[in-house]
Write a protein that binds this ligand. Structure first.
Ligand SMILES: [Zn+2]
Length: 175
């Protein structure tokens, strides 16, 4: 089973290759979503894909389903991933599946951030502190999904990068 150094190394080296390939593919195949042509901002699109790919491989890793280096990278926030680690079997289709893996983790993270904000809000109410920070957090989180739906030029490259990062991890696991 490849260790985290193998996964990290392959993620970083493949990201270096992904950048030029992505930039070339955008110009070559001129993908569009609705009215939006990705050729209008190939560099931004490439940076979003590569950034999401690195995030997917190094932090939102398939191996969050076990006590792994990516899990520890979250620092104190690793507590958010503890239920995931306990509930999802290591290397199951839920964590290592091509589409379901990254999408489930993004959805899970979204829910856990809401739970964390909920806890901070009620903690603040109980102790008499200001709830302003939690309310700002709720407001920001509530705007994420509508923003992504309204901006496919951002959400599509992010999705591509996240999914590719998960696929790379699963391919490495097969060897
Ligand atoms: Zn794995």
């Amino acid at each position: 089973m490849p260790n985290y150094k193998t996964h990290d190394g392959i993620t970083i080296y493949s990201a270096c290759a992904l950048g030029p390939v992505c930039y070339w593919a955008i110009n070559q195949y001129a993908p569009t979503v609705g009215e939006y042509a990705f050729t209008s901002a190939p560099l931004t699109t490439t940076l979003l894909v590569v950034g999401a790919y690195l995030f997917s491989g190094l932090l939102l890793s398939n191996d969050l389903d076990t006590y792994s280096r990516p899990y520890r990278r979250w620092g104190p926030l690793r507590i958010l991933w503890y239920p995931y680690q306990r509930l999802v079997a290591h290397r199951s289709v839920l964590s290592h599946g091509v589409l379901i893996g990254p999408l489930l983790r993004v959805f899970y993270l979204y829910v856990m951030v809401e739970v964390l904000l909920f806890a901070v809000y009620h903690g603040a109410v109980l102790t008499g502190y200001s709830t302003q920070m939690a309310q700002t957090g709720f407001h920001m989180v509530a705007n994420v999904f509508p923003y992504l739906v309204a901006h496919p030029q951002v959400s599509v490259p992010l999705l591509v990068g996240l999914v590719l990062g998960g696929i790379t991890h699963s391919i490495v696991d097969w060897f």
